[in-house]
Design a protein around this ligand. Sequence first.
Ligand code: NAP
Length: 291
Amino acid sequence: MHTLGWIGLGQMGAPMAKNLLQAGYKMNVYNRSLEKTASLVESGATKLNSPKEIVEQSNIIFIMLSDAKAVHSVLTEENGVLNAIKEDKTIINMSTISPEESVSFAQLIEAKSGTYVDAPVSGSVGAAISGQLVILAGGEKKAIEISKPYFNLLGKETIHFGSTGKGSSAKLAINLLLGIIGQGIGETLLFAEKSGLSKEKVLEMISQSGMNTPLFQGKKEMYRKEEFPSAFMLELMSKDLGLVKTAADHLDITLPLAETTNTTYHSAKENGKAKLDMAAVYVELRDQNTE
Ligand code: NAP
């Protein structure tokens, strides 16, 4: 049986790693803030002190970090991943980054004869806990096959989109839709509120309509209570919409809703809502209309 390594135990990484541990795999874990390893260690994982040690002592290594800057850092730092990569090591990067960044990280790993898979995920913390994520994979077929048993424990479905970077393109596509829907709900609630409608009744109307979704139900209590504890931090949504903008520019396409949502989430981040859930874009829209 392969020994697994996990780098990045944030809101998503921790429950995902736990699902693999609970399936009986031997696992080494690392997180920049070392205290976040405690609950995994309690569940049977071994805490190591650097990304390099993780690669040395594991065959298949998962990375789940905020952004490309973080991934670049754990790959290239002095005690980083690259210093221990060799032929029998597979890196599965599940962080949301751009397709170009995925390709460049793959090149760094492959230059040392390792294998790289980009496998960002659709689904938030609830799906991470219940193993119901959708894995959006890019990489060689053989590498995806190696990863499949783990993906089957982390998610309800794996979709292989093609070569390295295609998983990241798919992730940006689905998160563009997520960002637009988030802003759409926010605008709907604001419009209803300014029209003098009861919020409770509007939430019920959406729940009973064709526009009801698991996403809406997942955020409904946040809208009701106007409390936004993060499942998917607004600053991460803003990062992804920024990546969509760069990708759209490269593709030479104009996406009007992508432009406007990128602007709104960016303002929300700048106006103190970075660490709230992405649903707090609703509050940003209201703030913009009361100033
Ligand atoms: P999170 O809770 O903020 O965790 C971020 C992780 O990255 C932490 O382990 C953090 O370490 C680490 N990190 C950040 N900067 C670093 C650096 N410079 N060097 C080393 N480690 C660094 O984020 P998350 O919600 O788990 O998201 C992780 C990824 O999944 C992101 O790419 C996000 O876009 C994507 N995603 C999130 C969701 C969601 O609903 N949350 C859903 C799908 C995809 P520390 O603990 O030391 O800060």
